[in-house]
Ligand binder design. Structure first.
Ligand code: 1HN
Length: 365
């Protein structure tokens, strides 16, 4: 006699499959159906106020007396990212180095940038033997696998923003790390003729091959600011205001293979048009007062605050002041997204699409 057939439910079958480490494609179909119109933003829009961060950094100076190869960097964890990260690809923090301190040399495959909050020309980071002074608002790259140590020979505390591609690199399981062998700090190239930075300007040695990626680069604010001033008179982007990308001078592309850095000026009272894109961004407020609206959430920001805008979230920036400009430094993961052709924007693509200014017509003023 045949056994009576009891019909299995789909749920119990799914469970059975899970126990033997399998999944039916119908599960992915549900997941994909939920993505009609795009993914849900990964992580929250979130702001870390300067006052709180600064207090904790000061406390960290007592608790962590010397950092050795570690760093006194307080990193920002997005409350909606249980695996860590400020966005799903980037980790942002602020680092403090006390008077007379050295953060020992190390290297890792994580790419990083520093944007100086408090410093002067005597505080410096050494990147692959090249000394990079850290003046306020300077940007310094420590690309993947470059040796770097930070030194503060002054009598004042120094501080900078750190942004790294940590969550992306951990997602790919590519972290390699090495402390510098045999010394706290790197040997420094004394001859400026040997600096790769001398090869990344208007001229370079005709007799050499050239390294195009992962250069130790310092974007001195004293060079950037005049360019920002000159371009501040242009209409800018309706979505981002006068947003300038820092470029790798050797490739014309973004600063790093994974991270692009921006400096963005919002004129008094400026309100950008709302848009969304598949890249995420982290922001540091260089100056001014404004509001960034992300979806339903409104984040009021002021000098030195940091905040995150997740990917594919509608957002707009407002300079709340009617008389002062606002300045935002930001880092985004557009290079990662674009590398595989996944950069999208709504309601229109506004990156690298407008025409450069035309040659003036005869007699035009
Ligand atoms: C790191 O190496 C530095 O070298 C700063 O200054 C922040 C955050 C996570 C992992 C490595 C630095 C970091 C970091």
């Amino acid at each position: 006699m045949a056994k009576p057939q009891t019909k299995k439910s789909l749920e119990s079958f799914n469970q059975e499959l899970a126990e033997i480490h399998m999944t039916g494609q119908w599960v992915y179909e549900d997941l994909l159906t939920a993505c009609i119109g795009g993914p849900r933003p990964r992580g929250d829009a979130f702001l870390w106020p300067w006052k709180m961060v600064n207090e904790k950094l000061t406390e960290a100076c007592d608790v962590l007396e010397e950092s050795f190869t570690a760093r006194r960097s307080l990193l920002f964890n997005n409350p909606a990212l249980p695996m860590g990260g400020t966005t799903h690809t980037m980790l942002m923090g602020i680092q403090m180095i006390k008077a007379g301190e050295i953060a020992w040399a190390h290297r890792h495959t994580l790419a990083a940038i520093r944007f100086v909050v408090k410093g002067d020309g005597k505080v410096f980071t050494v990147v692959n033997g090249e000394k990079c002074p850290m003046e306020v608002n300077d940007l310094i790259l420590t690309p993947q696998w470059t040796w770097h140590d930070h030194q503060n020979p002054t009598a004042e505390t120094a501080m900078w923003v750190d942004v790294l591609d940590v969550p992306f690199m951990l997602g790919l399981n590519q972290p390699f790390y090495e402390p510098y062998p045999g010394a706290k700090v790197q040997a420094v190239r004394e001859k400026r003729s040997e600096h790769l930075q001398q090869r990344a300007g208007w001229v370079r040695p005709a007799w050499e091959t050239s390294q195009k990626e992962n250069l130790p680069l310092r974007y001195a604010w004293q060079d950037i600011e005049p360019q920002l001033r000159a371009l501040a008179e242009s209409p800018g982007s309706p979505y981002d205001g006068v947003a300038l990308e820092y470029i790798n001078p050797m490739t014309g592309g973004p600063t790093l293979a994974t991270l692009s850095c921006w400096i963005q000026l919002l004129r008094p009272g400026e309100r950008t048009k709302k848009h969304r894109h598949t890249s995420s961004a982290v922001y540091f407020v260089v100056g001014g007062e404004g509001t960034t609206i992300v979806g339903e959430k409104s984040m009021d920001w002021t000098k030195n605050d940091c905040f995150a805008v997740p990917n594919w979230a509608w957002h707009e920036h407002v300079n709340r002041s009617k008389s002062e400009e606002a300045l935002l430094f930001s880092v985004n993961d557009a290079p990662i997204v674009s590398a595989f052709g996944h950069y999208r924007e709504e309601p229109e693509n506004s990156l690298h699409t407008a025409q450069i200014p035309a040659v003036p017509a005869p007699g035009a003023k």
